[in-house]
Design a protein around this ligand. Structure first.
Ligand SMILES: Nc1ncnc2c1ncn2[C@@H]1O[C@H](COP(=O)(O)OP(=O)(O)O)[C@@H](O)[C@H]1O
Ligand SMILES: O=C(O)C[C@@H](O)[C@H](O)C(=O)COP(=O)(O)O
Length: 336
């Protein structure tokens, strides 16, 4: 069963708020970054990737964010337009801030890491006054992402967006998306994550990300059910805890739980899994599918992205995801 009823009659299906950045993915894979000479540039940033994923799946999407007034910022803006994403709420920084960069290291299909350059980044300078109420009033689903909570004024901009979403009945999804680089302390992280999560209908995060929010609480066994239960006393209706290759588990407010296995994949790199999973899962819910069917769709979308070189550019269409599931069912995908 699907416990989320999305509002109808909106002009957009999905709006994300947060960072628009650049991924620089190593071309010479299976080696440390010290030995990598060339990288390919893609649009990146977790909420940007999810929004691109939703657009590829055929939804009407928009983005609220801030880009640098430089070549990278213009590359991002152009890419959003090409993908058919409403970028009317993407403002341009005029203070000399820069675009965030994520260099990716692909040492092996299972040993990947990210080196972030995020000093004075434009995305964290988004202000509450740059969040248009009309765009949020006109969407069925708003996605927020944890990194945008790391600093003011972007933090207040996200809370402003949450307030508008509540006011206008948009469903709210929160991808925890914890990135250590941006936060001042563990206490600060837990405080703002908890304050935002209380207001959201759907929470998605890895076990490690939920651990960050629970640092003051008694869940020493890191029990997923205990983690999820807390949020049902607030606004949550679905809590998903992701466990990499081991799959994911969803808890719903009615007490049910749903496990999704991961599909086989010829993995190039592991990053991008969570973003494509989120896009596939949220897309499924918006089609009125069950939680299980939506999780399956997200898991297959994740495999397509981790079998590719990029995150954003590799986001699949709905037909590609369906085809991947069928090929897996026929035993045609042999994992590495
Ligand atoms: N090595 C893998 N093989 C197949 N599927 C994977 C693999 N890693 C991740 N996935 C899929 O992607 C989903 C999200 O991945 P996960 O690593 O948990 O999130 P994140 O990328 O946010 O850390 C998993 O639930 C699983 O379906
Ligand atoms: O989120 C970023 O700033 C970098 C992403 O674009 C990057 O490609 C990535 O790490 C994806 O994250 P994941 O889906 O959680 O693995």
């Amino acid at each position: 069963m699907n416990p989320i009823v999305f509002p109808t009659g909106k002009t957009l299906d999905f709006v994300a708020i947060g960072r628009l950045c650049i991924d620089l993915n190593a071309n010479e894979i299976n080696r440390p970054m010290e030995d990598t000479a060339t990288f390919t540039k893609y649009v990146g940033g977790s909420p940007a990737n999810i929004c691109i994923g939703m657009s590829r799946l055929g939804l009407r999407t928009g983005f609220i964010g801030k880009v640098a007034d430089d070549q990278m910022g213009r590359f991002i803006a152009r890419y959003l337009d090409k993908e058919g994403i409403d970028s009317s709420a993407v403002s341009v920084d005029r203070t000399g801030a820069v675009t965030g960069l994520a260099f990716t290291e692909i040492k092996s299909p299972s040993d990947c890491s990210i080196l972030m350059y995020r000093d004075n980044v434009a995305d964290l300078l988004l202000t509450p006054s740059e969040v248009p109420e009309s765009l949020i009033a006109g969407t069925a689903l708003l996605l927020i992402s944890g990194t945008a909570l790391a600093k003011s004024p972007s933090r207040e901009a996200v809370f402003q967006a949450l307030d508008y979403a509540k006011r206008h009945g948009a469903v709210i999804a929160f991808d925890l998306d914890y990135r250590p680089y941006t936060w001042a302390s563990d206490e600060e992280t837990a405080t703002y994550y908890n304050l935002a999560a209380e207001k959201c209908d759907i929470l998605l995060g890895t076990r490690e990300e939920f651990d960050r929010m629970e640092r003051f609480e008694a869940n020493s066994k890191r029990d997923d059910r205990i983690t999820a239960k807390k949020w049902f006393d607030h606004s949550a209706r679905i809590v998903i805890i992701k466990h990499g290759k081991e799959g994911s588990i969803a808890y719903a407010k009615d007490g049910s739980s749903h496990r999704a296995r991961s599909f086989p994949a010829k993995v190039v790199k592991t990053f991008g899994a969570g973003d494509s999973y989120a896009a596939g899962f949220l897309y499924g819910l918006m089609q009125g599918w069950s939680i299980e069917a939506s999780m399956e769709f997200g898991s297959a979308a994740a495999c397509i992205v981790i079998s590719s070189h990029s995150c954003s550019d590799a986001m699949p269409s709905a037909d590609q995801v369906r085809d991947y599931i069928e090929r897996c069912n026929r035993g045609e995908i042999v994992p590495n």
